[in-house]
Design a protein around this ligand. Structure first.
Ligand SMILES: NC(=O)c1ccc[n+]([C@@H]2O[C@H](COP(=O)([O-])OP(=O)(O)OC[C@H]3O[C@@H](n4cnc5c(N)ncnc54)[C@H](OP(=O)(O)O)[C@@H]3O)[C@@H](O)[C@H]2O)c1
Length: 321
């Protein structure tokens, strides 16, 4: 599989990664199946795995740790995140140590600030200095952020003297493009890789959900994309993705991911619950879209009217300890 260097000098990662939030109570993924999904992804060249201390209150990191033990730690670029409750200097050192312990690693490849401080109490300078200490000590290979607006990125970067931020993990998919206005141009200009989360719009872009069948009983109960008015609009988008997919002999999901892959600075990190999903997602890298197809997709996008909320946290603000 093709690869990308994160930022200017970060780790080299596969063209597409895999998110492991699915190994948490909010998604109700099955641990065994998820380890198999990571294994299948690895067989197909996916080396980037994304988790967070907050996913299942550490459980997702433990599941990633199992896969690393089974397959070999050196085979992966491990990305995890520090929660908003642990952004003070000493808290962050302890949080990193606890994450390493759960993952069974002595170094985190990409350590990301999950969200800017939700309470706005910890100066960003303190957090960035704490991250730089870990970087200098060789405990983390690269510093990343997540859900950072341009003003946050600028401030965070101004507090780093030995390295730069290599990535900003943000929501980005064919339907939800709010980063295109400011964040994407800023990251392009400053060589900060975009790790695109929810690249399949949490399943809305797979074509398997419709007005008569929406996911129930997990985090998506609160996702407005699955509200009747929106899913009706998304069905129209999926019809276009589906028709392009038929021409390529691939799936609608793969076309949705290929749309993201057309942007060279974007690395999507779809979550997979099983081997089949991991295989399909990895396979999207083989289906490059033509300019005519990208235009066809843009036209389809212009015609739909989707009403959704701005990004909301993927984890409860209060971290259960
Ligand atoms: N930094 C942040 O704030 C943040 C926020 C959200 C996510 N993330 C990260 O990004 C990753 C991905 O985002 P996400 O989980 O929100 O959404 P996503 O990747 O857009 O959607 C994942 C869901 O789509 C379905 N799916 C995946 N591949 C499929 C396929 N090939 N065919 C059919 N269905 C498929 C699965 O659910 P079903 O089979 O149940 O439909 C899966 O749980 C997460 O695991 C996490 O690591 C980060």
């Amino acid at each position: 599989m093709d690869s990308r260097t994160l930022g200017k000098n970060g780790p080299k990662v596969s063209r597409i990664g895999m998110g492991v939030w699915q190994a948490s109570d909010l998604w109700k993924g099955d641990d065994e199946q998820i380890v198999r999904a990571i294994t299948r992804g690895h067989e197909l060249g996916v080396n980037l795995v994304d988790t967070a201390e907050a996913y299942g209150n550490g459980h997702s990191e433990q599941v990633v740790g199992r896969a690393l033990r089974d397959i070999g730690r050196e085979e992966f670029v491990v990305a995890t995140k520090v929660h908003g409750a642990n952004l003070r200097y000493d808290e962050l050192q302890r949080a990193a140590a606890a994450s390493m312990n759960r993952l069974g690693v002595t170094e985190i490849d990409l350590y990301q600030v999950h969200w800017p401080d939700p309470w706005e109490q910890v100066p960003l300078k303190e957090t960035m200095k704490a991250l730089e200490k870990l970087y200098t000590e060789g405990k983390i290979r690269a510093i990343g952020v997540s859900n950072f607006a341009v003003r946050d990125l600028e401030e965070a970067r101004s507090h780093l003297s030995r390295t730069d931020i290599v990535s900003n993990q943000v929501r980005y998919n064919f339907l939800q493009r709010e980063i295109e206005e400011e964040v994407l141009p800023y990251c392009r200009k400053n060589n900060i890789t975009i790790l695109a989360y929810s690249p399949l719009a949490q399943g809305a872009l797979t074509g398997k959900y419709n007005r008569g069948h929406v996911p129930k009983g997990d985090i998506r109960d609160e996702n407005r994309l699955f509200a009747p008015k929106n899913i009706e609009q998304i069905e129209k988008v999926n019809a276009v993705l589906g028709s392009i997919a038929r021409r390529h002999g691939c799936s609608a999901s793969q076309v949705g991911l290929s749309w993201l892959l057309a942007n060279q600075m974007v690395v999507p990190i779809p979550g997979a619950k099983n081997e089949a999903q991991a295989e399909e997602n990895a396979g999207s890298t083989k289906h490059l879209l033509t300019n005519a197809e990208l235009t066809e997709l843009d036209t389809a996008y212009e015609l739909v009217d989707i009403d959704y909320l701005p990004t909301v946290p993927d984890v409860p603000i209060e971290l259960v300890t």
